[in-house]
Design a protein around this ligand. Structure first.
Ligand code: 5AD
Ligand code: SF4
Length: 454
């Protein structure tokens, strides 16, 4: 059996797709003769017997794109009526999704939600047997306790591990708590087992994943808020793992002691991704973010004081309902002061069911677009200036491979998560997965260029 997996959305989804692939690698049923068929991930969708689409619904633009993609899958079903089309992930979990998906793509065979990842094998078996549409978005408990197979990535030097599922924060704009449920932490033992498996397979970098990693362990019996720091210490002890990243942290839970822990752990990358979302206190309050710009600034100062070489990146939303021109000017001024290394900037997108979508003071798209441009202008200036500070300096780069668009350059990342491109010479050995000292020669807004120090 050959299967194809298409992923939309964030790193959590990318990792969930590796689990879906892991489940399919191990798939068996009574129709299959034992040993006669090897299950294989294929890059060629035309070859696939099973097509899995892992979806995202964070913004409307994602959904529009996905619905178009699902519609386009009809041709594979027409060419091969036995092919099984599966849709899962956040969009599948959303209320009303079944109707929307079926209207646009009646050829989909199985739709299941984010709580039921471990049941993929059962759905496929059932479908192969009865050939009847399956829909399951039951909020089945226990996902965090499941030990699931993870498909080995080609980029084996890097691995991802879920540490906590769900989110309790209910930011006014965000659909995540509705489609991923409340926070459930995985046990430290399960996490360490997966980190060790990554290391045993040659992995050097691990990314700890969660909607809000700072909440890790708050649902354990002692309810303590030290568990994330403890986890970082434990993961640091895993031999072979040289870099530890995490995604995403929430500024409201980023206490100063955690910065001390990170400063003391050399393997934990000195990159802080702290989504600010808005630089105006009124908007932050309306967004239900749980911090003020003053509190955010306090964290930023502490990071820069304790770890001067660190990089700090953020997420921003422009055009939140009720954001006035002066609110937005406050955001611009604050972002200018913060001087982030990079920012992911988004136009506010109303999501059905969230508090912000119910507001009547939605802003026109034109204003949102104008604001995005203004914000980008300020941010790009800082991205470039921060990158320029590294010119002439030496950085340790984990080489990820040849650049996708240019086979004559190697590409990799610094500890601080900056992309570095290095010209490749003919006949060189393959540096993929190696830590290489690099001298930075030029800086651009989005990346650095350098030379290997041999
Ligand atoms: N509209 C625009 N951006 C959003 N994000 C989350 N929800 C929305 C929305 N409704 C952004 C936030 C978050 C990032 C992952 O996506 O900035 O940090
Ligand atoms: Fe969404 Fe806020 Fe939870 Fe992040 S913290 S997933 S933005 S609700």
């Amino acid at each position: 059996m050959k299967y194809y997996v298409k992923t939309f959305g964030c790193q959590m989804n990318e990792h969930d797709s590796q689990i879906l692939a892991g489940i399919l690698d191990n798939y068996t049923d009574e129709v299959m003769e034992v040993g006669s068929e090897k299950n294989e991930l294929t890059e060629d969708i035309w070859q696939a017997d099973i097509i899995v689409v892992n979806t995202c619904c964070i913004r409307e633009s994602a959904e529009t794109k996905i619905l178009g993609y699902l519609g386009s899958l009809k041709k594979y079903k027409t060419a091969n009526p036995n092919v099984i089309l599966v849709v899962c992930g956040c969009m599948a979990q959303e209320s009303g999704a079944k109707e929307r998906i079926k209207k646009r793509a009646p050829h989909i065979d199985i739709i299941f939600g984010t709580f039921n990842l471990p049941k993929l094998q059962d759905y496929i078996r059932e479908y192969r047997h009865y050939r009847q549409f399956i829909y399951d978005v039951t909020e089945t408990p226990g996902l965090e306790k499941a030990v699931l197979p993870v498909h080995q990535d080609i980029q084996a030097f890097k691995g991802k591990v879920n540490i906590i599922y769900g989110c309790n924060n209910f930011c006014a704009y965000c659909i995540v708590p509705y489609v991923r449920g409340r926070e459930r932490s995985r046990s430290i033992a399960h996490i360490l087992d997966e980190v060790k498996a990554i290391a045993a397979a040659g992995g050097k970098e691990v990314m700890l994943l969660g909607q809000n990693v700072n909440s890790y362990g708050k649902d354990f019996s002692d309810g303590g808020c030290h568990h994330f720091a403890t986890l970082l210490e434990e993961v640091s002890k895993v031999e072979g793992i040289e870099r530890i990243r995490y995604m995403s942290a929430h500024p409201k839970d980023f206490y100063v002691e955690l910065i001390d822990t990170i400063a003391a752990l050399p393997k934990v990358c000195k990159h802080f991704h702290l989504p600010l979302q808005s630089g105006c206190n009124q908007t932050l309050k309306d967004m239900n973010r749980g911090y003020t710009t003053e509190q955010y600034w306090h964290i930023l100062e502490a990071i820069r004081k304790k770890i001067p070489e660190s990089s700090i990146t953020t997420d921003m939303i422009v055009g939140f309902p009720g954001e006035s021109e002066s609110d937005f000017q406050e955001t611009l001024a604050f972002v200018d002061n913060c001087a982030f290394d990079d920012a992911y900037t988004f136009l506010y997108s109303p999501r059905t069911g969230t508090a912000a979508a119910k507001r009547e003071d939605q802003l026109p798209e034109e204003i949102k677009n104008q604001r995005l441009q203004q914000l980008l202008e300020i941010q790009n200036k800082h991205s470039l200036a921060n990158n320029q500070k590294l010119v002439g300096k030496e950085q340790l780069v984990l080489v990820e491979g040849k650049s996708k668009n240019n086979q004559s350059v190697w590409t990799g990342r610094t500890d601080t998560n900056k992309i570095v491109n290095i010209p490749a010479a003919i006949g060189e050995i393959d540096y993929t997965g190696m830590f290489m000292p690099v001298k930075i020669t030029t800086a651009k807004t989005w990346y650095l260029t350098g030379e290997f120090i041999r």
